[in-house]
Design a protein around this ligand. Sequence first.
Ligand SMILES: Cc1ncc(COP(=O)(O)O)c(C=O)c1O
Length: 381
Amino acid sequence: MNVPLLDLKAQYEAVKDEITPAIMEVVESQHFILGPKVVALEERVAAYSDASWGIGVTSGSDALLVALMALDVGPGDFVVTTPYTFFATAGAIARLGATPVFVDIDPRTYNIDASKIEAATAGYPKERVKAIIPVHLFGQCCDMAAVMEISRDLGMAVIEDAAQAIGAKDKEGRPAGSIGDVGCFSFFPSKNLGCFGDGGMVVTSDEALKDRITILRAHGSKPKYYHRIIGGNFRLDAIQAAVLLVKLGHLEAWSNKRRENAGLYERLLSDAGLPVTLPHVEPGCRHIYNQFVVRAKDRDALMAHLKGNGIGTEVYYPLPLHLQECFKYLGHKEGDFPESESAARDTFALPIYPELTHEMIEYVVDQVKGFYSQRGTRNAA
Ligand SMILES: Cc1ncc(COP(=O)(O)O)c(C=O)c1O
């Protein structure tokens, strides 16, 4: 059997008849940049995320960049984040000339360990540690109550990197993106809500930030052709908004299906006595499983076995950011963030997309079991 890590064609088949006319409407209008579709999407994503405003942008990476720009982050500033995330999180900080200050993760959720934030910032001038970017990795919110408390104490703005977490909720039931000052979403095709190219959105309930981000999105222009600040071209295009408006109508059902799939994996894997640690869901959180990431003994050999049996997997992420060559100047070394390093060594993602059948999940589980029984390995990883 073939079980890819993700099958976007299966999703497309289900929504094709709704999407084609929506795209054609934009084509007929010849209104390709911003416009009514983008405004409608901004309103719907803001409402879905319990925020007052949405600002459609070119990608999740640009959502982070423009949010940092709006907060005036620049050379000489420090921004706290996790080294165990997609590159864009720290890349946005460094591109503005600011310095990422890494804090290790909680080994169970893979999200930033809030109890380590204060110590990590202690060596820097307080007024220059301007912001923190907690990342809701794989679709589960960080401990936002703790992150918000410490951030307010330290005077840091909070930019939620919710690129992987649209529709997730924290322990207090708050939607990802609505808790900090600004939330950033990615609509990269593999996300729970993905478009037909690159796209992203910033959400906020702070009117001044909304105004500033809106101006920065169009080269800082206000009124048109007059620039008091320097921005960029971060505008979302209307065809992507048309696709996303259709898909947004299905998002809850798709995320619930991912949650059901996760439940099935858990039922089938948890009693098997395998050295595989399943995702830990914090009580009260709504995990939307953009990825289903497990920690496994002999990870690389297991992945090779699954690949040999037609199953797609991926490591998110093989090298934590503090060890990336481009961040050598930060002076980190192996061992600085041991939980991130251990997660990079031992974890990998299994297929979780909504269109998976029970049969496919059972097949994946059988292959995992087969691998360990060949090796005679049991017990927890
Ligand atoms: C945690 C995280 N942050 C930021 C991004 C950047 O989003 P995009 O690919 O839309 O630029 C991603 C995308 O994978 C992500 O996973």
